[in-house]
Write a protein that binds this ligand. Structure first.
Ligand SMILES: [Zn+2]
Length: 1011
């Protein structure tokens, strides 16, 4: 640590040259520089750097993308610059002093002015002479393989203002050439410019004063480890002056879906077509052209792309002109962009068509390959509706006069909010079937709302650095639910938000949980940046904003948000800036900043324990810990919690009472005595509640009339009591008493939560061989939900919420072999199979029908061939899960093998296969053995930190609940090379096994007695 702190205080190599003319160095001081260089390497840490390198690949994968090219081909080991005929104007030495002295003899007064001024200019001869000494220093630095900047973050002394970029991609050779002209401003006198670049061969580099025409060659030094370039200028850049830096380069197009990528797809006429697109968040733009690749360095971008005639190109901005070049190629120029962050730059080149509609002066378009054009209408309809909502809600005009939504023909899923050109993986935006399942309908609208919300929250106002990524992602996630509730209430998206809140609250309690907003200094490496993209940041962010909106009221929330957008348009902000805007709206009566900082700067969440004695309700908060024996370290956790509550006397969830708990304990005095009190109304708060006295009264109320509580409240009670029972705070029997009312439940959210919680217990029991107990539990739940299951029809009729419930209930019934269910499903499957897959199956029960069909050998084989010919990615996924649900070990093994090979079934899909297999005892053990045996191949194909691998690790480890298995899992990962054992997914897995063990210790005996 002392090396790092020393390094911080030590003037770095750049600083050595900061005030050259005032502090000439002596030769022995020059010796100091290698020391600086050594420190530079040590300060950064060799190990960290290695890790960073790995992270280039992993961070892309973490974000749901594929491999980044880490082949040496992309790493430019030979710095393709070499200028220096003039040499750099830099630190004067004794020799320089002598030269200066000579000049002094000629004109003392002139030299005094020049020499004592702290900066040189391009035209001052004296500096050229000084160059000799700088070249000496520079050479030494270079020989030591050093670099004149020691930090991962760029210096803030040079600011880019405008980029002019020319790109000429060759999709056949997968290479491109290009140039970038950067207009930049020196905020301090500097002798070099540090910016990002990765994988470029730079053939030319020049600089000139923005107002002058004379160009000067510059020297370029590259440092691969931090993906930085140092441009060593011939004369100091002067404070307040603008310069134009021009670089010419060539590089490779990435074969993976990160950076500037290209690929071939086969169209319906079986022709091979070339396609190129971009994905720059978080650090991809530096692979296209050298740039200041940090979100706070906002600038404008003028982009020109050369393409084939048959292709089209689109980018963030509308096209300005297209010129046919002599060689028959076409150069498109796009209008200069609005001021924006580098990660938002985007372009797409390919054979694409569009469908457009004007919305209040903005042209909204869907782009995709021509074969898919009949699927554009639906996507456009949704986009227009969502866009209109945000235009009205934010009251800040959208910044560009067009918004393109482009479908990229890949097998991956995801989307990126690039300003003016949102890119979607095709299957996310366009669907192959004329009708949609509930999941598909919700997913499309949610992703659309999320990315369009980003056009304001993220693009117009951006976080300064990745440590505050939640300001982008939490907001966009909150907005996707909020907007859809306003414009498409029938989607009942809140049900999904609730489900996600329950799941991520559990994850937030694990040891690996981080505060949403970390200090910027703790988020520097690619690995650390990648971590900020964990889904928990999205959902916890959304949950906190929901809590805040509920507390301050919808009007205040909107008012503060509009103010925030207006005030910070085209600039970047930190966590505090958001809360300051809220405080300015709420005034001195409510300190939103103070409240919200307790939520964003601490990890985890509070458990509120409620004790009621007469009219007095004592509320006590502590950090919620899943393993209560292990108390948190010395850190004292305290949240400011807006506690909302209703009672049997004041039961109006629209207007609940609210009490702000700012201390560890406090007392609420009710106006009258009550039968029960229910906190966290509608689950609008991010906390767990334990009632020491009221669980019984709440259970009684649910069994008498559950509808005095909203469906969100009923789901919330089910979640809280089962989680608390799991850690021994409440007897498990009481949790089952609470769901005894389920026979009268008509809503999706409470049934979904009850199914989730009981499924968890069933899995634990089954996986340790308590089959009798598991079967008793299964019967209990089937009996509870008997009525609801019988009422389901095998259709796609009804509201989306009811369709969703149908899908879950029939899936549950058939999984547990309820005869009525499997008979109907089998009939539907047989009819489908006899029609050779042409007969339609209602979409919402298709997954269940396939799973039942896959139980026979004939059905399984038919499904496997159907997988090969199926075009819809959604349906492919259903088929795959059905194949993985069979009890036939031979077929399961075959399926995993096919997926591991990756030809017929892509390897990343092994995650879905293993997750499905792990539902059964046999499948789970088979998958665990298979993954252990093939670990090396898997890691080679999918990095440990990738989403698919994390899915595999979670599915396997989360099902174990014995000490023997714990040591087996630990032993296996400990023997893996490198830092495998330290990965969060593996540590989380071990922690979950321990929690499962604890669950069994606390509940198994009692369960055996009464179930
Ligand atoms: Zn997002």
């Amino acid at each position: 640590m002392i090396e790092n702190s020393m390094f911080e205080e030590e003037p770095d190599v750049v600083d050595l040259a900061k005030e050259p003319c005032l502090h000439p160095l002596e030769p022995d001081e020059v010796e100091y520089e290698p020391r600086g260089s050594r420190l530079l390497v040590r300060g950064l840490g060799e190990h960290d750097l290695e890790e960073d390198e790995e992270d280039c690949e992993s961070s892309a994968k973490l974000l749901g993308m594929s491999f980044m090219n880490r082949s040496s081909g992309l790493r430019n080991t030979t710095t393709g610059y070499r200028q220096g005929s003039n040499g750099p104007c830099s630190v004067p030495s004794a020799r320089t002093m002598a030269a200066c002295a000579f000049v002094v003899m000629i004109a003392v007064s002139v030299i005094m002015v020049i020499y004592l001024l702290p900066k040189c200019t391009f035209t001052k001869e004296g500096c050229y002479k000084k160059n000799q000494s700088m070249r000496f220093i520079q050479t030494q630095v270079k020989e030591k393989n050093s670099f004149p900047w020691a930090h991962t973050r760029l210096p803030t002394t040079i600011k880019p203002l405008r980029y002019e970029v020319n790109l000429h991609p060759n999709l056949t050779s997968m290479t491109f050439t290009g140039s970038v002209t950067i207009l930049l401003q020196a905020l301090q006198a500097k002798w070099n410019i540090i910016l990002h670049s990765k994988g470029h061969n730079i053939s030319k580099a020049t600089i000139r004063l923005a107002v002058a025409s004379e160009e000067h060659n510059v020297e370029v030094v590259e440092y691969n480890k931090t993906e930085q370039l140092a441009i060593i200028v011939p004369e100091a850049l002067l404070e307040g002056h603008n310069y134009t830096l021009k670089l010419e380069f060539s590089a490779k197009i990435s074969p993976h879906y990160y950076g500037f990528y290209g690929f071939t797809y086969t169209n319906e006429k079986n022709e091979k077509k070339l396609f190129a697109g971009t994905q720059f968040e978080p650090l991809g733009l530096r692979t296209v052209f050298p740039c200041f690749d940090e979100p706070a360095f906002k600038a404008t971008f003028l982009i020109r792309i050369i393409r084939n005639k048959e292709h089209s190109a689109i980018s963030n901005m509308p096209k300005k002109s297209s010129v046919v070049l002599e060689n028959g190629l076409v150069q498109d120029e796009f209008y200069e962009s609005v001021k924006m962050s580098t990660y938002l730059v985007a372009f797409v080149v390919g054979e694409i068509k569009n469908l457009s509609q004007e919305v209040n002066g903005t042209l909204v378009s869907i782009y995709g390959i021509p074969e898919r054009i009949d699927q554009f209408h639906h996507a456009l309809g949704v986009a227009v509706k969502v866009f209109e909502f945000f235009q009205n809600y934010f009251e800040v005009p959208y910044s560009i006069n067009k918004l393109d939504l482009a479908a990229i023909p890949t097998i991956y899923a995801g989307a990126m909010e690039n300003w003016g050109l949102i890119t979607f993986q095709e299957q996310t935006l366009l669907h192959g079937t004329p009708s949609f399942s509930v999941t598909e309908i919700r997913l499309l609208r949610k992703i659309m709302a999320h990315e369009i919300a980003h056009q304001w929250l993220g693009n117009l106002v951006t976080m300064q650095w990745w440590n505050d990524l939640w300001l982008n992602e939490g907001f966009a996630t909150f907005m996707e639910y909020f907007s859809l509730e306003k414009i498409a209430d029938e989607l009942s998206v809140y049900e999904e938000l609730l489900e996600n809140q329950f799941r991520y609250m559990k994850i937030d309690c694990l040891k690996s949980s981080q505060p949403m907003s970390s200090p910027a200094s703790s988020v520097e490496s690619l690995q650390q940046i990648g971590r900020m993209f964990e889904p928990i940041n999205y959902f916890k962010g959304a949950s906190l904003l929901l809590m805040l909106k509920t507390y301050v009221g919808e009007d205040v929330f909107q008012h503060a948000l509009i103010r925030y957008l207006k005030k910070h348009s085209f600039s970047s902000i930190q966590n505090d800036d958001l809360w300051d805007n809220f405080n300015e709206v709420t005034g001195p009566t409510l300190d939103v900043k103070r409240i919200m900082k307790t939520w964003t700067l601490q990890n985890g969440l509070p458990l509120v324990t409620v004790q009621r004695k007469g009219r007095n309700v004592t509320v006590h908060q502590e950090k919620f810990i899943m393993k209560p024996e292990i108390q948190p370290s010395n850190e004292s956790y305290l949240w400011e919690i807006p506690l909302s509550y209703i009672t049997d006397r004041t039961n109006n969830s629209q207007y609940p009472s609210v009490f702000l708990l700012t201390k560890e304990s406090d007392t609420i005095i009710l106006p009258e005595e009550v039968e029960w009190i229910k906190f966290n109304v509608d689950m609008n708060g991010y906390y767990m509640v334990h009632y020491t006295d009221d669980w019984e009264a709440l259970i009684k109320q649910l069994n008498t009339n559950p509808y005095v509580f909203s469906d969100k409240d009923r789901a919330n009670l089910i979640n809280n009591i089962f989680v608390l029972a799991g850690i021994g705070k409440v007897p498990l029997q009481q949790a089952f008493e609470l769901i005894a009312y389920l026979g009268n439940e008509t809503h999706n959210a409470p049934i979904t939560e009850a199914l989730y919680q009981t499924r968890f217990i069933f899995d634990l029991l089954e996986k340790v061989g308590h089959l009798d107990l598991a079967s008793r539990l299964e019967n209990r739940v089937l009996n509870l939900l008997h009525n609801q299951i019988q009422q389901q029809t095998w259709t796609d009729d009804g509201s989306l919420s009811m369709r969703d419930l149908r899908s879950k209930l029939l899936g549950f019934a058939c999984t547990h072999n309820l005869k009525n269910c499997t008979t109907v499903a089998m009939k539907l499957f047989d009819d489908w199979m006899s029609s050779n897959g042409t007969q339609s199956i209602p979409l919402d029960v298709m997954s269940t029908v396939f799973k039942v069909g896959a139980k026979t050998e004939k059905g399984w084989s038919f499904l496997l061939s159907a997988y090969d010919t199926e075009n819809s990615e959604g349906k492919k996924e259903m088929i795959l899960k059905a194949l993985a649900s069979t009890a036939d070990i031979r077929n399961l093994y075959r399926l995993m093998k096919i997926s591991l090979d990756g030809n017929r079934i892509p390897t990343f899909r092994l995650s879905a296969i293993v997750q499905e297999m792990s539902q059964s005892l046999l499948g789970h053990l088979l998958a665990w053995n298979f993954v252990k045996e093939n670990w090396d191949v898997l890691v080679q194909k999918l990095a440990v930190r990738s989403y698919p691998m994390r899915g595999i690790i979670a599915a396997l480890t989360h099902m174990f609940s014995t000490k023997t298995r714990l040591s087996e899992v630990r032993g296996f990962f400990e023997t893996q090379p490198e830092d495998t054992f330290k990965y969060n997914s593996i540590q989380d897995g071990l922690e979950v096994i321990q929690l499962n063990i604890q669950w069994m210790e606390k509940n198994l005996q009692a369960l055996t007695l009464w179930l």
